[in-house]
Design a protein around this ligand. Sequence first.
Ligand SMILES: *[C@@H]1O[C@H](CO)[C@@H](O)[C@H](O)[C@H]1NC(C)=O
Length: 178
Amino acid sequence: MAHLKALALPVLVSMLIFMSTNVEAREFVVGGKENSWQVPSSPSQLNQWAQSNRFKVGDVLIFKYEKNADSVLEATEEDYASCNTTKPLKEYKDGDTKLKLERSGPYYFISGAEGRCQKGQKLEVVVMSEKHSRGGASAPTEAPAPEPRAGNSAAGLHGGVWIVLAGLGSWIVGLLMA
Ligand SMILES: *[C@@H]1O[C@H](CO)[C@@H](O)[C@H](O)[C@H]1NC(C)=O
């Protein structure tokens, strides 16, 4: 029994590390600093920022900008490429937009203000698949198409993981108390 007890603490610690790295939602201020959602000084600046980060499902993007002068449009890849603002997938204009990345794959954002997307106020964010974010080492090599049903199965999987963790946790606590 003693050797089991000696094992319990390291297992508990590694469980806590596992949980904190996977559950923690990280917040990213777009562009790396406040008020970066504006026409950048060089056209690819926002995407350079995006490429220097690794985004996971559950992470939050924060767009800060002048409330009545600008907006954030979530766009299709095509509308992103052509800076077409007529039919955005979603539109945000509150000046402090917090946007949770709910799925893996690419997200496209363009400015809703006249002419700004053409000047480089646009952003492509690629969210890593669960597989990649678990491994942590490899960047996405290709952008998977959006999968509407992926969210549900991922949530189911997550639930399963939690049940296993809860079981393990109570077993360890039992060992430590014995
Ligand atoms: C912009 O998108 C709308 C709706 O998808 C389309 O009708 C229009 O032709 C597009 N405009 C340009 C300039 O591509």
